[in-house]
Structure formats: C-alpha cells, structure tokens
Design a protein around this ligand. Structure first.
Ligand code: CUA
Length: 360
C-alpha cells in the first residue's frame, strides 16, 4: 500500500521539479516581465507580485479544504449507509462571501493605483511618434525630421512619451522590461510614457495578432546615456555621405558606389518604397533606410544584422518574412548576386558610430 502511494506521488514530484527548473531557466530572459528596467514595468511587477501571492493563498486554502474533505469523509466500508445530508451553513456562507470581497477590494485598489500611475503623461517627457505597419515599427523624432525603423533610441533616466498610431490594422506595442502592452489602433492615438533606468538594448514586440507575419514584428529599444543619446541624435540628423569602397560578401566583391547607382535606379524599385535622406530615394511605403548599416536587425527583428543576412534578405525577402510587402515586388532571382553584393556594400556603408550598450 505504501509503495503504491509513493508511486502515485512520483509524477507530481516530477511535475513540481520541472516547473521549478523552468522558472529558474526563465531568470532574466530577454522578454521577461520579472526583471524590469524602467518605472512603468516596475509598477506592473509591483501589482503582479501581491496579486500572485493572494492567488497562491486562495489556491492553498481551497485545495487544503478539498483534500481534507475527501480524506475525512471518504467511504470507509463497502455498502456503507448514506451519511447524514447537510444543506446550508449561514456562518460559512457569510465567511466565503466576505473573504473574496475583501480580496477583490484590495486587488482593485492596487489596480486602480497602478493604472493611474502608468497612464500619467509627464509634461516634460520627450515625445516620440511610433507608427505600426504590417509588419514593422516606424519611429519619428522632432516632428518627423528624424525617422527610423525597428530600432527605437531613447535616453536613460528621462521620461519618454510614445505617441502610438497604426497605419493599417491594430497592433500592440510591448517592451516587457520597460513598459506594458498598449494598443496601436488605426484612427485613434494612444500615449505611453516610461523611463529606462539603465543603458541597454531591450527586446520589444507587437503583441496583437495583426496578420501573417505578426510573429515577425519586433523591434529593439536602445537606451543610451544622455550624452550618447544626444550624439546619436545629432549624427542621425546629418545626411550620410555616399558610401564608397568595397566589401566582401557572399563570396563576391560588392562595390558601394555601384550599389548606390542600383538603389537609385527606378527600374530596381528600391526608391519607390524607401527613403534615404540626402538622396533621390523618397518612397514612403517601406522603412526609412538612412544610416541602415547601424540597424540591430533585418526585417523588423527576423534576422540579426549582418552583411550575409542582408544579402539573404535581398535575395528573396518573401522566404525570410512571409507575406511582407517587399517580397511581392522583389522576387527571388530578380537581383543578381553581384547586384546584391553591391547593394549590401552601399547599405552597410551607411553606419553611425554609436557606443552600443549590452543587451539586457
Ligand atoms: Cu503587429 Cu502583431
């Protein structure tokens, strides 16, 4: 009998141990909400923690009562008579009405407090406009005089206010370690204010299903110390010089000047969708590619930035990111390998010198 009991406890023990191992493994992953680096995310964790422990308390009390009842009142003999039937106990009913009411009241007070604090928009916050597209994020500073995509640069220790908009369908803006999810809705503007406490690169995501490549709609938040941020902004506002020189990629020698000519050639379609400040490229459909060589990722977080990955993207965008607009225009094989090498040399040549912080 004892052996049997030990046997049946085994799966439970395995489950508990594997859950513990999983939780330990979650420690400070790139997208965890349990290690906040900013005021907005900290307030959410400060709400989540007491609510979690209250739920644990309820779970333990209910399960203990259940187990006690099952053990204490189980049938001990075959053909036992039906036990005395009890219905209603005023004291217990009053207790189990009042106790949850108190718990819910505490949770709602904590929730309203967090909501009020997290929806406050400090007037001194630095304003940045974020526009979501299927499937990438655009960021505008200083009334649109600086436009970036996929990398959101912010200063450390200063509140930023993100003005959230959507160009096509509903998206959702989420930086797990810095700020909670906020909807981006076509025709309605939402505002999200937060502050990063430390320099770092933070993963961020679209958190609302928005079509085929929703899972490929990511961005990076790059929080820089105030001085470094100011330097980035000044440099970014300066038009990049036309790159020159060559670059070895996919076994070929790419030529930046030739790449610039290919990019500017209307027949190759690049300039119908993309802007590069200071050039003839003025297309507004796709991401602004000014200083493209400084990007952290390619295709809104699908591939880490590298010249090889950029060549892979230009070779066949549709296979890298299903459904994306560029894949409908630039089909596999439309650009020759030499043209791809030249374009990579050109795009990679536009790099800004930034002292990047570590990923958090
Ligand atoms: Cu945009 Cu999901």
């Amino acid at each position: 009998m004892r052996k049997e009991a030990r046997k049946s406890a085994m799966p439970l023990l395995v489950l508990v141990l594997s859950c513990a191992a999983m939780l330990a493994g979650c420690a400070n992953l790139p997208a965890t909400t349990l290690y906040p680096y900013g005021d907005h995310a900290t307030r959410i964790l400060d709400l989540m923690t007491p609510v979690f422990w209250m739920a644990v308390g309820v779970f333990v009390v209910v399960q203990a009562a259940l187990v006690y009842t099952v053990m204490r009142f189980r049938s001990r003999q075959v053909n036992a008579p039906v036990p005395t039937q009890v219905h209603g106990n005023t004291n217990i009913e009053i207790m189990w009405t009042i106790a949850p009411a108190i718990i819910l009241l505490v949770i709602s007070v904590l929730t309203f407090r967090t909501q009020a604090a997290n929806s406050y928009q400090p007037p001194e916050a630095m304003k940045i406009r974020a526009i979501s597209h299927q499937w990438w994020f655009e960021f505008q500073y200083d009334d649109g005089s600086i436009v970036t995509a996929s990398d959101l640069y912010i200063p450390v220790g200063q509140s930023v206010q993100i003005q959230l908009e959507a160009a096509d369908v509903m998206h959702n803006f989420w930086i797990p370690k810095l700020a909670g999810k906020t909807y981006m809705i076509p025709g309605k503007t939402n505002y999200l204010a937060f502050k990063a406490n430390e320099a770092g690169i933070f993963r961020a995501f679209c958190a609302e299903f928005c079509g085929e490549s929703h899972g490929n709609m990511r961005f990076r938040v790059i929080a820089l110390d105030a001085a470094e941020f100011a330097k980035w902004k000044t440099n970014y506002a300066t038009n990049p010089p036309t790159p020159s020189g060559t670059l070895q990629v996919i076994g070929l020698t790419g030529d930046a000047a030739r790449g610039a000519a290919i990019f500017a050639n209307a027949k190759k379609q690049c300039i119908s969708c993309h802007i590069i400040n200071g050039t003839e490229a003025k297309g507004k459909i796709g991401p602004n590619l000014t200083h493209y060589g400084s990007r952290q990722t390619i295709a809104a977080g699908v591939l880490p930035y590298s010249t090889e990955n950029l060549a892979k993207w230009l070779h066949d965008p549709a296979s890298v990111k299903p459904g994306n607009l560029m894949g409908r225009v630039i089909k596999k094989g439309m650009l020759s390998d030499q043209e791809i090498a030249d374009l990579v040399a050109y795009l990679d040549g536009m790099k800004l010198a930034v002292n990047l912080p570590a990923e958090k």
